[in-house]
Write a protein that binds this ligand. Sequence first.
Ligand code: DON
Length: 304
Amino acid sequence: MSFDTIIKEIYEEIKQIDNIGKIASYIPELLKVDSNSFGVYFSSNKGDNLGVGDYQDKFSIQSIAKVLSLSLAYSIKGELIWERLGVEPSGTSYNSLTQLETDRGIPRNPFINAGAIVITDILISNLPEYRKSFLDFVQALSGKKTINYSEKIAASEKEVGYRNIALCNFIKSFGNIKNNPEDVLDFYFDICSLEMNCEELSTSFSFLANQGINPYNNTQILTKSQSKRINALMQTCGFYDESGEFAFKVGLPGKSGVGGGIVAIHPGEYVISVWSPKLNKKGNSFKGIRFLEKFTTESRFSIF
Ligand code: DON
């Protein structure tokens, strides 16, 4: 059976199942989305592309953007970034504060909020026009100038961002935030507010399926080794305290966001993006995970 047929069949099957998930409600603006939205975009290194359902509708990519901010920081600072944060799964939820006290302000990995906040601080220290530079970087990855921050979503999150404010100030107290916490948080909320559709998401992540090289314009974003490491981090930490289960069920490196998006990568082969806004208890897309589990099982095309 071809990929096209498998994807279309699984899409129809998962579309019908009862969705027991819930839209993220702690960011009020996210509640405005149509909860039945469901889109998929598959893009292979060989040039096969397929979009199904709402794959052209934009959504808030939220924590998925943490992979892109990490990639930019890694390309600028190289291995030095690992002096400021770890590479271990935390086994905690994305917004947990608990380990920071014993870990003296060094976040366990770059995908929990604490780690992504430190990465944001690194970008501010190294890029005079950080807000513009990050957007330029993301737009260049996909060649899509239409990708942008959402001021509404960033403002909505800022208004209720108590845990992130606590995280940033707590890390600052250990000296692992160098800039003004308010500037770091504003930029962190901007990064999380990026909006993309499934097609743009798959395209933006293609460099991670191509050993660090953007296949659309042949630019080297990361070295082969850095690309390997980011994929390894997505495999072990991309779904917080559900990372083991995602590896077990899906068998691909991936990253989720509370907007209901998931991007998954088969290095050397393909990128697949799924969007369905209702989340499971761990904050990851309920149907997104179901879809990807079926896809890698039926296509027998995972990394394991
Ligand atoms: O910082 C937050 O809470 C959100 N901007 C991002 C969290 C997120 O997407 C977690 N992922 N599943």
